[in-house]
Design a protein around this ligand. Structure first.
Ligand code: FE2
Length: 158
């Protein structure tokens, strides 16, 4: 696989991971009537993140050597997507506490940040740098909102 092809594949996987998170949050929106708007809002925003990635991906086809993706491996994105899909399947199959959902979602957003998915490498194109910066900011915002809800729901669980 050529360099551009493998970069595009990584972008596909990154977009797929945002879409997996969106699906999980949609399941939570269905499950928790009292937090429906919150989860549905996050779910839509995750689709926005996937769209941002695909927009940059389209531009990549005109440029070579777009970014130096040493920050993350394809295998770890696959493992991540499997985990997120697994949580969605679990939430569909059996009862989940609201506090548990907040914890899992917070953990998901946190792991993307801690594993430095959204930190640019030296030599990355400016378009790519801007994309990962925006994704990093948006992910940190979600983590913040989730930890706020997580703390609130600790006392009165449903
Ligand atoms: Fe996201």
């Amino acid at each position: 696989m050529g360099a551009l092809e493998s970069q595009i594949k990584m972008m596909d996987m990154l977009a797929a991971s945002e879409e997996a998170i969106s699906r999980l949050y949609a399941v939570y929106a269905d499950k928790f009537a009292e937090h429906k708007d919150f989860w549905a809002g996050l779910s839509v925003e995750e689709l926005d993140h996937a769209r941002w990635i695909r927009e940059v991906e389209d531009k990549m086809k005109d440029e070579i050597s777009y970014f130096d993706w040493t920050r993350i491996s394809g295998d770890s994105i696959e493992t991540f997507i499997d985990y997120v899909d697994g949580q969605a399947a679990k939430a569909k199959a059996k009862p989940v506490l609201a506090s548990e959902a907040f914890f899992i979602a917070n953990d998901i957003e946190n792991s993307m940040i801690e594993n430095k998915w959204f930190e640019a490498c030296k030599g990355d194109s400016l378009t790519f740098q801007r994309l990962v910066f925006d994704l990093g900011q948006a992910t940190a915002r979600h983590r913040e909102q989730l930890s706020k809800f997580s703390n609130m729901s600790k006392k009165g669980d449903s």
